[in-house]
Design a binder for this molecule. Sequence first.
Ligand SMILES: Nc1ncnc2c1ncn2[C@@H]1O[C@H](COP(=O)(O)OP(=O)(O)OP(=O)(O)O)[C@@H](O)[C@H]1O
Length: 309
Amino acid sequence: MAPWVLSNSNVSLEGTEIIVKLFYPFFIACYVKGRPKPKITWLKDGENIDEIIENNDEVSLRYDNQILDFKFATKKYEGKYECNVENRVGHIQPFANVIIKGEENDHRSSKLGLSDMNLVIIISVSFTIIVIILFSFVIILVIRNNKRKNIRNDMLQLELFFLREGKVGKLNKECTIEEQAEILPYDNAFEVKRENITLGKQLGAGAFGRVLLAQVKGLNGKESPTRVALKMCKFGHDKVHLRALIMELKIMIHLGKHLNIVNLLGAHTSNIDKGELWILVEYCKYGNLLKFIQRAKAQFINQIDPVTM
Ligand SMILES: Nc1ncnc2c1ncn2[C@@H]1O[C@H](COP(=O)(O)OP(=O)(O)OP(=O)(O)O)[C@@H](O)[C@H]1O
């Protein structure tokens, strides 16, 4: 019995039109009967379909070659598809014209192969990763900024509470000055403006502070600059160090001047909200007393004549 096409096929001997939307999946069905069972081969625009199917997982044949399956429609799949059906008794060739519908832009995209699709995916993933990194960066900046703001606020609180005001009423004669230094008030008469101070070389450093040589204009009403030793907190200090320096300043103010001590000459406190507190004291040209005594002792020993000993 010669082969014939079943009515549920979407190909016919007169030809059919299959209209598909771009990127949508579709199939061409060529259901046939005949005895002996007919063999089916496919042609696209007169060429054997094998060339299209080979190494292409977007197009496949199934159901004894009766269905030609497309995973998604792209413009390259447009054309005339002939279903070549034959057995010993006869031969028929129903066909269908496939038309892919889509916009001009889509038309361009339709030419994208699988590797181009992969490229699109890679670009989108990279873009997402970059956005996430930028977003994290912004969050880190905001957190750091807030932290800095908090430190500034802490400093401000310290300045207000410990430096300017003090709490003279709470002073207790039974306690040492060191124990209650922070409730002593600051004396504004010691304040020196930043523009009057010129910083020089470092003279030394202590546990939490460092000492620089500095020139100060207009100190004690003097026209010529005065050479002073300027004490400040070390780099990367925290509020504990600043508080210790504030206490040192207050004790010096409270002690007053004396011939036998290194006297306080002034202080620069107006930038304390930025963690900047400078204490100006008399400059000792021989520096540290202990080192001076050790040096003098060594010189003295060298001067003694070993013969007279
Ligand atoms: N008035 C000054 N004149 C010259 N050099 C000074 C003066 N004050 C300090 N220095 C130098 O700076 C160093 C550190 O001074 P600082 O007063 O901080 O010493 P410290 O009392 O040992 O330290 P800290 O009190 O921080 O533990 C001194 O060892 C000295 O060399």
